[in-house]
Structures are given as structure tokens and as C-alpha cells.
Design a binder for this molecule. Sequence first.
Ligand code: B1M
Length: 211
Amino acid sequence: MAKYQELADSILTGDNVKSKEVTKELVGKGIDPSEILNEGLIAGMEVVGRKFKANEMYIPEVLIAARAMHAAMDILKPLLSESGAPSKGTAVIGTVQGDLHDIGKNLVSMMLEGAGFNVVDIGVDIPPEKFVEAVNSNKANILGLSALLTTTMPAMKDVIDEVRKDGNAQSVKIIVGGAPVTQEYADSIGADGYAADASTAVEVSEKLLSA
Ligand code: B1M
């Protein structure tokens, strides 16, 4: 449908007025909100993710695309919860204790949300017990940890240890990332997955849940 292409394009170009307008129009026509989400918003975000990965889009443009998606999501969210549209899973995400960097984490949150996950972003400087609490209270399938400082990387291990000790939270799939983090480091602390960037974080999360 041409309108879905228009909606996807509004995400790609970061036009939050258009994304709201087209979403409202489609909702007004009685179209299933999960179809609008999948065929318009997620389709648009998938292109954003691919372009970001290929260095054809940069951080400011991705953040503007995210704003357009959020504007449309504000309209769809209440309808989606009413219609019980299936989500890909719930992801709790946060930046570890001692670390205030959140730009990368926000991009990961946004990409996960764009891919159809229910995302609970618990913020920055989060102590291990808060991660465990959030995993349990949200029945999360994925836990995402972000760290930007070499000095806060060990806090990722503290979270993983705390989660694995908790009888309820221990089976959650944990994915780590952030500029100083590597696959080798992720393996050494017992993470289930590592992603170097936001679109890979979506791919890794989907893979972990389908395994
Ligand atoms: Co800070 N800072 N900073 N800083 N800062 C860095 C990280 C640093 C490399 C700068 C430098 O010295 N060259 C350096 C760290 C050195 C190190 O430890 N190796 C540094 C330092 C030292 C500090 C302070 C200690 C400075 C000081 O006060 N003396 C201080 C620490 C504060 C604290 O956290 N306790 C500090 C403070 C700050 C600001 C507050 C000023 C600001 C943060 C603002 C904010 O986030 N709201 C800031 C910024 C902006 C940076 C730089 C310039 C940019 C970081 C960024 O946002 N990048 C950074 C230098 C740099 O990287 N060029 C620097 C863009 C972002 C999209 O990339 O976060 O890497 P990134 O996220 C990527 C991937 O890493 C990945 O996906 C994202 C998208 O592709 N990713 C994940 C991230 N999280 C993921 C999670 C996943 C998967 C992938 O799964 C869950």
C-alpha cells in the first residue's frame, strides 16, 4: 500500500509531522495497528538500521528518525496494547553503574523498539540489583547492558553475576555493548551476546530468542 511506503519514508527522513499524520490517517481507516507498525514504522526503521550500519546515515539523522518513530508510536501504543499485538519479546536495557553515557544505549533502545521489541529503558548509572529487579518485574527475555568507560566495563560482569544468582532472572539472555567492549570481553564475563552497534544489537537479540 502506497501509504505504508509514505509512512516508512517519513521515518527515514525523520519527518515527525508526516509520521503522525499518516499514522492517524491509517488508524482512522480502521487498519490493524500492528500492520501499521510492521509495514510502515518497522519497515522504515529497518532501512535506517541498514543505512546506519553502512555509514550512509549518521547519529543525528538516526536520532531524528527515532523521534519520528516515537511520534507515531505514541498514537499506536495504546491501540497495540488493547489489541494484544504480539511483540518480539521484552528487553530491559540500561547503562551500568558509574557510567552516565546514554547516547549509544538510546540508539539501541530505539532500534529494538523499531524492530518490534517491548523496551524498558531503565536509564544510566544502574546498580546490579536494579537490573535484576527490572528483569523480574518486566519478565524480560533480553537484558541489554551498555558501558562506555574502561573503568565501568567490570560493572557488566557484576550485573551478569547478580542476574545468574537470581532464581527468577537467571535465564534472561544478556547482551552487552559500548565502544570499549569486545566480543572477547563479552565471552570472558559470560554474556550471551555482544553487538558492536545498534542494528547488530537487534540481530543478536532476535537470534538469541530464536535459539
Ligand atoms: Co565521555 N568518554 N566521559 N562523555 N564520551 C568517552 C567514552 C571517551 C572515549 C572520550 C575520550 O577520552 N576520548 C572517554 C572514555 C575513555 C575510556 O574509558 N576508554 C570518556 C571519558 C573519560 C569521560 C569522563 C570520565 C570525562 C571526565 O569527566 N573526565 C566522563 C565520565 C562520566 C561518567 O560516565 N561517569 C565523561 C562524560 C561524558 C559526557 C557526559 C560529557 C558525554 C555523555 C553524554 C551522554 O551520553 N548523554 C560524553 C560523551 C558524549 C563522550 C563521547 C565524546 C561520545 C560518546 C557517544 O555518545 N558516542 C566519547 C568519545 C567517543 O566515543 N568518540 C566519550 C556515540 C554513540 C552512538 O556511540 O556510545 O559507542 P556509543 O554506542 C554505539 C556502540 O558502542 C553500540 O551501539 C551504539 C550505536 O552504534 N552500543 C551498544 C552502545 N551500547 C550498546 C549496548 C548494546 C549493544 C551495542 O547492547 C545492550
